[in-house]
Design a protein around this ligand. Sequence first.
Ligand SMILES: Nc1ncnc2c1ncn2[C@@H]1O[C@H](COP(=O)(O)OP(=O)(O)OP(=O)(O)O)[C@@H](O)[C@H]1O
Ligand SMILES: [Mg+2]
Length: 295
Amino acid sequence: MAKIVSIASGKGGVGKSFFAANIAMSMVSKGYRVLLVDGDLGGANLHNFVGLRASGRGLYNFLRDKTSLADVILESSVGVHFIGGSGDVLGMAHINNFEKLKILNQLKRTDYEYVILDLGAGTSYNMVDFFNFSDKRVLVMTSEPTSIENSYGFLKVALYRKIERLLIKDKRMEDICKKLRSRSMNYPKVADIIEEADGIDSKATDDIRKILKNYNVGLVLNMLKFKKELNIFFGFEKVTEKYLSIAIEKLGFVPYDIKVSDYVKNLNPYYSAVGKEQKLYFDEIRDILVSSMRG
Ligand SMILES: Nc1ncnc2c1ncn2[C@@H]1O[C@H](COP(=O)(O)OP(=O)(O)OP(=O)(O)O)[C@@H](O)[C@H]1O
Ligand SMILES: [Mg+2]
């Protein structure tokens, strides 16, 4: 079974696709069998980051034409196996639960060791569910306050949905679930949810704690310009521990490089083109990522 690693951010334009493509290339260079998938159902552009001009038939055709997953896999010039997003933006933005699960289950059942799933921005149920179904969850963030806030917001929405999906199986938890589904999500802290659920059934508390323990979130800082921005790691770690009761893993950082957009415009895959020093940023993250998934 392949391990699914999803790449999310909340805020758009922080470098999810850039990171997903480069970490995939770094893994391939080390000999791992990797499939890179564009899960950005609205604005697929991941193909450009691995040197492909077009996204191919992609996930949309896999669903609508009932073809096999193997039929929609492309191979880029740098050896990355790739599945594109969607040629039909409206169609893909409205996939249902059954289709979502079909995509995820088939990805898991491939022969690859790792599936890198690049997600779109925002907190739509599609993105949140892909994130929650993954074996490893990577948040890409820049040092901008809005990026930090949106990453936290995304994480909270995703985690609360995961807890809601657990509690909904028990009719007595209906009130809590209703509150979790509301826009304001009502509970400032996960500990508040646990306290209320505990009053109804203490077994639910154990199940929520299990979710928290296994949530597996790693953080990557992108477009770093100054070393002191690394302090963001510690601030974010403290807040997620205090309010969401989860431990965040610091995976590493990628510096800002003014040449990135030229590489992308010229369909020149960044990782393959740059020198050892720049590759190392991705290689270090790759090694931490892989070892954390081996347990
Ligand atoms: N480390 C970096 N240094 C310089 N530029 C970068 C870096 N990372 C990403 N960029 C630039 O930022 C732009 C946005 O990156 P990217 O498309 O990967 O973001 P995204 O989070 O996937 O966006 P979206 O939410 O729209 O999918 C890209 O055009 C890329 O050129
Ligand atoms: Mg993107």
